[in-house]
Structure formats: C-alpha cells, structure tokens
Design a binder for this molecule. Structure first.
Ligand SMILES: *Cc1c(COP(=O)(O)O)cnc(C)c1O
Length: 379
C-alpha cells in the first residue's frame, strides 16, 4: 500500500479559521462578557450586509438552511394539495422542507452535463397543482435562470432558489444567487462556502410582505406590540453566529476566487481523461462548493484514494426519490440521469485553503486510481 506523503482533507475548516483565530477568539470573549446571545444588533447588521451582498432588499436570519426553505414555503401559504417541483439530485433537505409544510415534492430529473435542473425538465414536470419550482444551485452553480423564469411565468408558478451551496454564485446576467426568484434560501452550516460556527440560515427576497411574514413565523408568530398573530415557531440566527458570519463575509469573495482557481487547476489535469467533470453553464460563475467528478468504478476509486489519505465525499449516494423517506413521492417513471449520477459521482477535496501542490497530488492520484481500477475491473 502506498500512502501519500501528506493526507489531504476533503475540507479543512481548521486551516480556514486559522487566520481569523484572533478575531473569533475575541468574538467568543465579548459574547460571554456581554451575555448578548439572542436578538441583538449583530443579527440585523448581518442581515443588512447579506441583503446587500446578494443584491436584494431583505434578508432574514433563521436557524438553518432547511428552516429557511420551510418558512418561505409556509409564508407563501404552500401546503397540503400543492405540488413543489424539486430536482431529484439534491440534498434531502430540499424535499424535506416541502414535506414538512404538507405539500407534495415532485421530483424532476437533471441535465447530464451539469446535473442541474433545466427549463425543459421543469416544463415537462409541471402540473395544474404545481405552486412553486424550487431550483437548487447545486455544487455552487446557477442554471439558466432566464429560461427557467420564463417557464415559471408562463405557467404562473413561483420561482424559489435553494442557494445553500451557492453563496456569491452569479447567473448569466450577472445577478447573484438568492436574488433571482421570489425568494432565495441559504444555509450557513460550517462546511458551506459561507459557514457559521454552528448552524445558521437566511432567506433573501425583494418582497417586503413575504419578508415580514417570514419574520413573524420565525419568531413565534409575534407581530407588533407583543401580539402573537399566528401560531409560528422558533427559528433564530443567534448573535454569535451573526457576528461570525459578518467577520467571514469579508473573505467570501477571496475564498470563492480561490475555489475557482482550484477548479481550474483540477480541470487542467483532468480534461481529456476518462474522468468527467461537470460542464459550466454558459455565462454563469460557479462558486464551486463541491468538485464533483464522475468515474466508472466509483467505489473502488474512492477506496484507492482513501487508502492514500485523500478525503472524498459522495453528493449524493441516492437521488431523493430512492430514499425510504421519500419513496412514496417517487415518480412512476425512472429519472435516469439522477439515478446514474448517484452511482458514478465523487466529490474531490475542494476548499479555499488548498495549495496548488495538493490539487496536483489529488489529480495525479485520481488518474492513477482510474487506471488501476479499470484494469482490475477488466474481465
Ligand atoms: C446544506 C443544504 C441544505 C440544508 O441546510 P441546513 O443548514 O443543513 O439545514 C439545503 N439544501 C441544500 C442543497 C444544502 O446543501
């Protein structure tokens, strides 16, 4: 067994936080000194910064990215009897939020080149009961939103964006993810491109009424004057997370730029080889949340890399409709692209602190793995 001289982590948050350590230490200390944990200016400050960053009027901080979707759907009065179209190739949270509000997730297949939903696939899956399309900017990439918006307008359905993997990603017209539909939802889970020191999330929108409804729902249904106008719930972004996010937001563009460089370097090594990378949607700018490749003998390639200290992930090992939790919503026909992607996709190490040398080393090992695993698989 050959062991790589240096283990290469799939994601290295310790390295990411190292240059910020002093600021984050001070943040912890100040939080303890002031006992200001919930409901301070820190949250409204971050909300204003995040709205500005995304190019929208309103951002509402919530407890996590799943709540952000759920609260958005609930505030739009989407519930029992309504269908929400979602891609089958996504993290289960997208579909989960739809089920939580009592609506029906309808799974659509994805494009074989980008593994994203497209306007045509949406159009084919829309029914008279469709209330909303929940586009997912998966792996950091925005699909052709102009075409998707046209389909949604034509069928009078709401366009929502699950932007949990796309902080700062640009659509072809230069606008940012989160500002391209009626509302965008974000997760600040630590491993996302902008991550907190725990859970966090936000909804972005230009719709003042929707923003107000989400705020009320997320704060126990409280309107003005201590009056609880609806039965809501508790979904808060806390002050510590908000302040951490403000500190880290100052670095997001630099980090995303480095992710693009890392992707480009992988591309130099892998283009023209049996290792398939995803195609970039024309004119858009991905923030490369994940570096997804597709290979034959995926599991063997993954073990080969693991034995050499190279961390990988699988996003995702099953399309949503093939999890027991969502089987009852499975369409009657197969979703071949999503189903095949699940057995062939592999996520390589990708984070802003990766060195060129690390990228070179991962790419070299991947190519070796593919060669050896192919040879071993040959009859
Ligand atoms: C992470 C993620 C979510 C959920 O966010 P949480 O903060 O973990 O609740 C939703 N959708 C997608 C596509 C995600 O990647």
């Amino acid at each position: 067994m050959t062991v790589a001289t240096e283990a290469i982590a799939f994601l290295d948050l310790t390295a990411l936080h190292k240059p910020l350590r002093h600021q984050l230490d001070r943040l912890w200390a100040e939080t303890l000194d002031t006992s200001s944990f919930i409901g301070g200016d820190a949250v409204s400050d971050f909300e204003a910064q995040w709205a500005q960053y995304c190019g929208v009027e309103h951002a509402i901080g919530v407890a996590n990215g799943t709540d952000a979707i759920e609260l958005t759907l609930a505030a739009l009065a989407i519930g029992p009897g309504d269908e929400v179209l979602v891609p089958a190739n996504t993290f289960v949270a997208t579909a989960e939020a739809v089920v939580t509000v009592g609506a029906t997730p309808v799974f659509a297949d994805v494009d074989p080149q980008t593994l994203l939903i497209t306007a045509d696939l949406i159009e084919a899956a829309i029914t008279p009961r469709t209330r909303a399309v929940l586009v997912v900017h998966l792996y950091g990439q925005v699909p052709d939103m102009e075409a998707i918006a046209r389909v949604c307008e034509r069928h009078e359905v709401l366009l929502l964006e699950d932007s949990a993997q796309a902080h700062g990603a640009l659509a072809a017209d230069g606008r940012k993810a989160g500002g391209l539909g009626r509302a965008g939802t974000f997760s600040f889970y630590p491993g996302k491109n902008l991550g907190a020191l725990g859970d966090g999330g936000a909804v972005t929108t230009n719709d003042a009424e929707l923003a107000a409804s989400i705020r009320i729902l997320a704060n126990h249904g409280r309107g003005d004057h201590l009056l609880h106008v609806v039965s809501g719930r508790n979904s808060r972004l806390d002050n510590l997370q908000a302040r951490c996010l403000s500190i880290k937001l100052a670095h997001l563009d630099t980090w995303n730029r480095r992710r693009r460089e890392v992707h480009a370097r992988y591309r130099q090594h892998l283009v023209g080889t049996p290792v398939q990378q995803l195609t970039q949607v024309t004119g858009t700018q991905s923030v490369h949340h994940l570096e997804v490749i597709r290979v034959a003998n995926r599991d063997a390639v993954r073990s080969y890399l693991d034995e050499r200290g190279i961390g990988t992930g699988i996003h995702y090992a099953r399309p949503c409709h093939q999890h027991p939790a969502f089987e009852r919503f499975a369409p009657k026909h197969p979703l071949p692209v999503s189903e095949f992607a699940a057995i062939s996709q592999l996520s390589l190490p990708m984070h802003p602190m990766m060195s060129d040398g690390q990228v070179d080393s991962v790419a070299a090992q991947v190519l070796r793995a593919v060669e050896e695993c192919d040879a071993n698989a040959a009859p």
